[in-house]
Design a protein around this ligand. Structure first.
Ligand code: SF4
Length: 316
């Protein structure tokens, strides 16, 4: 006898009864019927493949607009010329469908999975990695992942495994955000566990010092992602999500939005300038994400993106 037992839900008439079946297996209950969207994971593979192949040649328009604005305001002639060349580089990448930079990065996938979605056809993580594999091979994108970080460092040959985060959210959509995170900017990340008494000034000092020490390495003009709060592990993810927010999209909380502007002003007074050649355009945007934290903690993380910073989203 099957371990599965089909039991009709309470329903007002026979039609409703036929639409809903409650399956009970060792105390675990699942329901199928209207309101549950079934998605084969092969669709996710294809979406990730498409994102990988298209995103690296399409620098987000928010960054392009900010670069165009910066080229008008930059006072350093060399800085102005560097921004012009960066914009030209991004135009060619878009029109000729080639990556905006040779470093096509670590494939980072942020999945917002609607809780009314039922995935079929295989393992979600395998499906995502298959999309990365196909996209990087078919798109002739540089493969940058080594299988062991310390001893062997052998390239995996297809840019897998991807770094994957899955959040369960309300609804029946699957929102897939892909980012190709270049190593130069990623290497300039930092994290500190400040005492709460360090306050706003402590946060500002850490972020500004981080950008100053990074100098030309993250290929400025940069986007500065700042995470504040949470825990040691969570604050790094906050900073990573912040750096992927659109350039110039201010934090909805007015105090954090003000802090973003203050930090941007102070960073652009450092004089690092486009590609480190000097000038006022060191950063295009400072994006902050924050979360509640322990009474004894004030975690702060800083994650940087270069002017390319390709990322894009598909909703299934
Ligand atoms: S930081 Fe950005 S622009 Fe610079 S090498 Fe890396 S991916 Fe390319």
């Amino acid at each position: 006898m099957s371990k599965w037992t089909d039991v009709p839900l309470q329903a007002s008439d026979e039609e409703d009864r036929s639409k809903y079946l409650l399956s009970v297996k060792e105390g675990v209950k699942t329901m199928t019927g209207p309101g549950v969207k079934t998605v084969d994971v092969s669709e996710i593979t294809q979406a990730v493949r498409k994102l990988a192949m298209n995103t690296t040649s399409n620098v987000p328009m928010g960054a392009i607009n900010a670069l165009e604005q910066a080229s008008l305001q930059e006072e350093s002639p060399v800085g102005k010329e560097v921004i012009r060349q960066i914009l030209e580089n991004h135009r060619i990448a878009r029109e000729e469908r080639v990556p905006a930079c040779q470093d096509t990065g670590v494939a980072m996938l942020f999945i917002e999975l609607g809780q009314e979605v039922r995935l079929v056809g295989g393992d979600l993580y395998d499906a995502i990695n298959e999309g990365v594999r196909q996209g990087y091979i078919e798109g002739y994108l540089r493969k940058s992942i080594v299988n062991d970080p310390l001893f062997r460092r052998v390239n995996t040959g297809d840019n897998t495994p991807a770094v994957i985060y899955v959040d369960i959210v309300p609804g029946s959509d699957i929102r897939i955000t892909f980012a190709a995170k270049g190593g130069g900017a990623e290497n300039m990340s930092g994290l500190v566990m400040l005492p709460p008494a360090a306050g706003v000034e402590g946060v500002k000092k850490f972020v500004i010092d981080q950008v100053r020490q990074a100098g030309p390495n993250p290929c400025p003009p940069i986007v500065v992602g700042v995470g504040i709060g949470g825990t040691f592990d969570r604050v790094a993810l906050l900073a990573k999500k912040a750096v992927l927010r659109d350039v110039g999209s201010g934090n909805p909380h007015p105090e954090y939005a003000r802090l973003e502007k203050e930090l941007l002003d102070e960073i652009n007074k450092l004089g690092i300038g486009p590609q480190g050649f000097g000038g006022r355009t060191t950063a295009l945007s400072v994006n902050i994400e924050f979360a509640p934290c322990h009474i004894a903690s004030l975690p702060v993380a800083c994650n940087l993106n270069c002017h390319a910073g390709p990322h894009d989203t598909i909703v299934l």
